[in-house]
Ligand binder design. Sequence first.
Ligand code: ATP
Length: 235
Amino acid sequence: MLKVEAIHTYYGSIHALKGVSLTIDEGEIVTLIGANGAGKSTTLMSISGVTRPGQGRIEFLGQDITRMPSERIVALGLTQVPEGRMIFPGLTVRENLRMGGYLRRDKDGMRRDESMIFDLFPILRERHKQAGGTLSGGEQQMLAIGRALMARPRLLLLDEPSLGLAPIVVENIFRVIQKINDTGTTVLLVEQNAQMALTIAHRGYVLATGEVIMEGSSRALLRDPKVRKAYLGED
Ligand code: ATP
């Protein structure tokens, strides 16, 4: 479904990605783990078209999206939930969701999807008239995911959904990510919380200073002594 081939991404003179390659098959949850500054967010933003790789190639559903405008990438079925949620604080929950479907014209389908999102996150139904900015951090994360789902993605990119949230809220969000995947959406998940991410993912890639240093099934990565020591906090 997605093929990232040796991308290099720069911020001015900073060489943030140094030849990152990865693949995702339809139906998978794939996670990218790694320390702060390893290049996880940059990889997601290079895929979704927020930043552009200077070299390399990205293919989604057989099409070259390396330099495609982001809204065309969204229309093809690839949507990113950015780090820090970035919801519209002055708009209501419902208005935020509708913004996620701004490229759609099928009103009935949008209503059905809104209702599906409210089933996934019942608290958003309760708060649908509330301004996004009045929600708790966890609710804002749910709203950010819901808004991305309104674009009907086939591949959903999630950047640090657990950031700053209490463990119980994180568990709820991870359960829903799994449910979203069960209903047919492929997921690329970036996480600092490697333990949680590898628990729900099928496969993972480990990034360090802009390079993929390890890849494998989640089970193999969870067992790997180097991963356990560096990313799972074991001695
Ligand atoms: P984090 O978990 O902290 O977000 P990350 O693995 O997602 O880390 P990136 O945010 O992709 O890492 O950063 C990769 C490298 O690029 C780091 O050295 C970072 O300082 C640098 N970088 C990221 N964004 C910018 C920017 N807008 N301008 C300059 N350098 C940047």
